[in-house]
Design a protein around this ligand. Structure first.
Ligand code: PAF
Length: 294
């Protein structure tokens, strides 16, 4: 069996074992299980920020050992999206994960994830429709497929995902329920910069000028939420919000919608129960998303 490799000396003197082969991942987890330990999984695509590290910390509250995976998954990117340009920063990511308390980094390759002849994709109906599902055809199928594979490889007790990708979280909860995968899928609250911008690996693409405009996304979302809760007509509030973002300098707004928090069904009236506002907008070529509960 290949040895798990250690990341080269990392800042702060910390190093994190790295499993590059699935056999190594499984051997490590089998050892933990033999000791009676609970295992958490935090799947990521790397370029880690405090939002990702909060997922590791939440997983550690629920389990004894946390595996973080880094895999920039080609099947969830559209042909005109940023797969090739997506930042790859393994050494600094490993240092951050070690400092946050992860016990193992798993970094599969594209060749082992999708070997020659791979022909099974996982499709989650319902919650994958609308919002990002309409704007990014095939995206949630790519996410569902890779997360299914990561769950089967790791067999964790708990897997943690950020609420910034709220629709993704609902897709993955549905997936685990429908396929009887014995894992608890947990969502972690959005982590924000001081000015309200949701942390995202893609924020690194923003120019200084775009970065100054970006907080308008969350500001507008909060204002629209307050107006809806204050009794204003939902459609008027949404229309106002879109106009505001375009005035602030966003190039276009993919959607600004009020939806049921669990089913993601569209709502056109002020909610009785749990509702969320969802937004996606373009700043030049950078696509930003956010959501808040009402
Ligand atoms: O949220 C992400 O970073 C990705 O969609 C995920 C869940 C790691 C699957 O590639």
């Amino acid at each position: 069996m290949t040895q798990t490799s250690q990341a080269s000396p990392l800042s702060g003197g910390e190093s994190l074992p790295i499993a590059r082969e699935t056999a190594d991942l499984r051997a490590t987890i089998t050892g933990w299980r033999a000791e009676g330990l609970r295992v958490g999984l935090v799947p990521t695509m790397g370029a880690l920020h405090d939002g990702h590290l909060s997922l590791v910390r939440l997983a550690l509250q629920k389990t004894d050992r946390v595996v973080a995976s880094i895999f920039v998954n080609p099947t969830q990117f559209g042909p005109d999206e940023d797969f090739a340009a997506y930042p790859r920063e393994e050494a600094s990511d490993a240092a951050k994960l070690a400092a946050a308390g992860a016990s193992l980094l798993y970094t599969p390759t594209v060749e082992t994830m999708y070997p020659h002849g791979f022909s099974t994709m996982v499709t989650v109906e319902g919650v994958s429709r609308g919002l990002c599902g309409d704007r990014r055809p095939g995206h949630f199928q790519g996410v569902a497929t890779v997360v299914t594979k990561l769950l089967m490889r790791c067999l964790p007790d708990v897997a943690v995902f950020g609420e910034k990708d709220y629709q993704q979280l609902q897709v993955l909860k549905r997936l685990a329920r429908d396929l009887d995968i014995p894992v608890e899928i947990l969502g972690a609250p959005v982590v924000r910069e001081d000015d309200g911008l949701a942390m995202s690996s893609r924020n690194a693409y923003l120019t200084t000028e775009q970065r100054a405009i970006a907080p308008a996304l969350n500001r507008t979302l909060r204002r629209v939420a307050a107006d809806i809760l204050g009794g204003a007509e939902v459609s008027d509030c949404l229309e106002w919000g879109i106009g505001e973002l375009l005035k602030d300098g966003f190039s276009s707004v993919d959607y600004l919608e009020l939806r049921d928090s669990k089913t993601l069904a569209p709502l056109d009236e002020a909610p009785d129960g749990d509702a969320r506002l969802f937004i996606a907008a373009m700043l030049g070529k950078v696509r930003l998303i956010d959501n808040i509960g009402l």
